[in-house]
Structure formats: structure tokens, C-alpha cells
Design a protein around this ligand. Structure first.
Ligand code: SF4
Ligand code: SF4
Length: 382
């Protein structure tokens, strides 16, 4: 049952029903679940597999599960994976080639049908990240057929953030903690004296149809108010923030800053930040052959701009130094992404801070660049 604005309330058993309804519609349901000491995104077959009673403690270079007494399912922030793991997988075969009996060659494009996913628990920052990747991978001259197929079949269940991590900064990127457009269903988890429940809103026709199949009741005022207050409180508890300046301009005007030397003295150029980032999309092609040489395959796999060979041209790499590679990554995320794609390339999820082995923090670097610019140092093109 829904209210005039389409909002409804479901209980924990409604969450079980949601997984069942999505599976019955032929979708592979991917959601957060506890595995190997982390909250990971994996296929789930029931609501009980959600991480009820688990939260996380985050800091730069640190991630730890933490038990919660309240039994919340979504009181955790971004984990080591993002939804790009499924929409834009780390490895995908593009084609294979086989030698024929007469010595010719037959090339076969990969025709694996795209899976039909339902993503349960998409954070507002990650919903924006999907929109950012949509722009990159489904638009323009370089649209990715595989991504487009996986994305077209995906049903998105967003969950508003009520428990930000210490490394989150979605407020200063304008991407959360309230959910933006693009979802099929949006949930807000509420736990109080009236019980454990979820405010649900539909954002698409299919979302409405799914909601109609769930055991639900019309949204009451107390649940609506509690949901709104919890999201507002999350905004007030945001762990980090970017400097409140035009970040595109800041990147443009600090290309020669000394801070780039400082950060690259710490950066290992391991590329972890690009692997965990929900918007990074770069790939490379990898060709493999069997021992006979009669069968070959081309695979596409994630690539990182921190890799020295990423910009290899005849004569060597264009970005030869760690300084130039870190600066490229940060200035692309926060600056030149606007020129290419009309938005920031950073959604403030904080993953790159958590999963950097030396704890490099993109917000701290931006603040340092801003201070250096204010002091008059480091200006000009680099
Ligand atoms: S910033 Fe951190 S995660 Fe990124 S390449 Fe450098 S050391 Fe690795
Ligand atoms: S740059 Fe860092 S904080 Fe920004 S979207 Fe990527 S991983 Fe998240």
C-alpha cells in the first residue's frame, strides 16, 4: 500500500520480500553482505544476508567491521567495491579468434548476454557515480556496448545515508546523503521506539510495480519525519569536506604547487585509488593465445593512470614521474572531468582515502593546495 506521493513503509520481512520479488522478476540481486572481514557487494538470495548489525570504522588507510547493537542493515558506508564491479567489470572478453582448417581465421565477438541485475543498497554518492559512468560509457563516440547492455537491465534500489563514514564527503560534492534522481526504489532505514522499518519511494514504473508486490503500509507521519531527520543528521555528521571553492579553478591554478611534490613523496603509485573509485573507467586491451597459437582472445581489463605504461608512446611514457601521475589523477577527478563530461569525476564516497595503503586523502590534498594558492605560491601552468 502506498500514500498519495507513492511512499510506503515496509518492515524487515518486506526486505526479504523485496529480494524475492526481484529474483522472481529474473534479476540477479546484488547487495551488501559480510564476507572476509568486510562488507562486500555480492549476490544475495534473501534479506537475511544483508549486514544486519554491522557497521564499519573508517579512516585514511583503515577499514574495520564494527558490530552494532541496533541491528541496522545499512549503517555502513562505501566498502571496497562499487557497482562498477558489475556494470563495468574488471575483466571482460571482447572477442576470440580461431584458426580454421584451411589456415584462415574466424573472429567471434563475445556474445554473452548481459546479466539482469538488481542492485540493493546503492548509496546516493554511488547512484551519482553510476550516472557519471553512464555519461562516459553510454554516450558519445566511445559508447561501450557491454556496459550499455548491463546498465539497461539494471534495477536500482537506493538507500539514503543515515550513517556516514569518517572518510565521507558527499555533502561538499552535492551527492548525498539524500538520494538524487535515477533510482527505481529508494529506501530510508528507520530504527526507533516504533520499530525497525524502511520508508520506500518509487522512482520508476517498474519501481512502482515492485513496490506494489511488497507487504507494505502507507507512509505515516512519524516514519516520514524520522527518515528526514536521520538523513539531515547524517549530513551534519559528515566526516570530511572539500574546501568550499571552485575545485576546477583550484586544480587549474595550482598545477605548479609544491604540494604535488609532498604528496608524491608518499604515493606508491599502486593504483588502488583508481581501482576502488566508482567513476574511474580506464581500461586496456590484453591479447592472449593458447600454446598452439590456434586460439586467441582479446580481453579488456581495468587500467590505472598510475601505471607508468598508461601513457606509453614511442619514446616512452608521457607521464614519467609519480608527481605527474598523481597530479593527473587528482586534476582529472576534480577539474578537467568537467571539461570532458560536464560534472565532477569525484562523488565524495571516500573509498580512495580508505583503501590507499599510505592514507593519502584527496580532501586533505585539496585543502593543502587551497592554502598554498592563498599564500600566493604554486600558481601558473605546469
Ligand atoms: S594515492 Fe594511494 S592508492 Fe593512489 S596510487 Fe598513490 S599510494 Fe596508491
Ligand atoms: S576520487 Fe575518491 S572520493 Fe572521489 S569518487 Fe573516487 S574514490 Fe570516491
Amino acid at each position: 500500500m502506498t500514500d498519495d506521493d507513492g511512499a510506503a513503509v515496509i518492515d524487515k520481512d518486506g526486505m526479504d520480500a523485496l529480494v524475492a520479488v526481484l529474483a522472481a522478476r529474473g534479476r540477479t540481486v546484488i547487495g551488501p553482505t559480510v564476507r572476509d572481514g568486510a562488507i562486500v557487494l555480492a549476490e544475495i538470495s534473501g534479506g537475511a544476508e544483508l549486514p544486519y548489525g554491522w557497521g564499519v570504522e573508517l579512516e585514511a588507510g583503515t577499514y574495520r567491521l564494527a558490530a552494532r547493537e541496533d541491528g541496522a542493515a545499512f549503517a555502513h558506508s562505501a566498502g571496497p567495491q562499487s557497482w562498477k564491479t558489475f556494470l563495468h567489470p574488471p575483466r571482460a572478453r571482447e572477442w576470440s579468434a580461431d584458426r580454421t582448417a584451411d589456415g584462415g581465421l574466424v573472429t567471434t565477438p563475445d556474445a554473452t548476454p548481459p546479466p539482469s541485475y538488481a542492485f540493493l543498497g546503492v548509496r546516493p554518492c554511488d547512484l551519482r557515480a553510476i550516472a557519471v559512468q553512464d555519461r562516459v560509457l553510454t554516450g558519445g563516440r566511445h559508447a561501450d556496448r557491454g556496459y550499455r547492455g548491463r546498465r539497461a537491465g539494471a534495477f536500482l534500489v537506493a538507500v539514503e545515508c543515515t550513517e556516514p563514514g569518517a572518510t565521507c564527503f558527499c555533502v561538499s560534492m552535492g551527492t548525498g546523503p539524500a538520494v538524487g534522481p535515477g533510482y527505481d526504489l529508494a529506501l530510508t532505514e528507520v530504527l526507533d521506539a516504533d520499530g525497525h522499518r524502511f520508508l520506500v519511494r518509487a522512482g520508476s514504473e517498474e519501481g512502482e510495480a515492485v513496490l506494489a508486490e511488497l507487504p507494505s503500509r502507507a507512509a505515516d507521519t512519524a516514519t516520514r519525519t524520522a527518515a528526514r531527520d536521520r538523513v539531515a543528521a547524517a549530513a551534519d555528521r559528515m566526516g570530511r569536506s572539500m574546501p568550499p571553492v571552485d575545485l576546477q579553478g583550484l586544480m587549474r591554478e595550482t598545477l605548479n604547487a609544491e604540494r604535488w611534490d609532498d604528496v608524491t613523496a608518499r604515493c606508491l603509485t599502486c593504483g588502488n585509488c583508481t581501482m576502488v573509485c566508482p567513476t574511474c573507467f580506464c581500461t586496456t586491451a590484453e591479447d592472449i593465445t593458447d600454446l598452439t597459437g590456434d586460439h586467441a582472445e582479446r580481453w579488456r581489463r581495468w587500467e590505472s593512470c598510475f601505471d607508468r605504461d598508461f601513457t606509453h608512446l614511442p619514446g616512452g611514457p608521457v607521464r614519467d614521474s609519480p608527481r605527474s601521475r598523481y597530479r593527473q589523477w587528482a586534476t582529472h577527478k576534480l577539474g578537467t572531468w568537467y571539461d570532458q563530461f560536464g560534472s565532477s569525476g569525484c562523488v565524495g564516497c571516500g573509498r580512495c582515502i580508505v583503501w590507499c595503503p599510505v592514507g593519502i586523502d584527496i580532501t586533505e590534498e585539496a585543502h593543502a593546495l587551497n592554502r598554498e594558492r592563498a599564500s600566493g605560491a604554486g600558481e601558473g601552468a605546469g
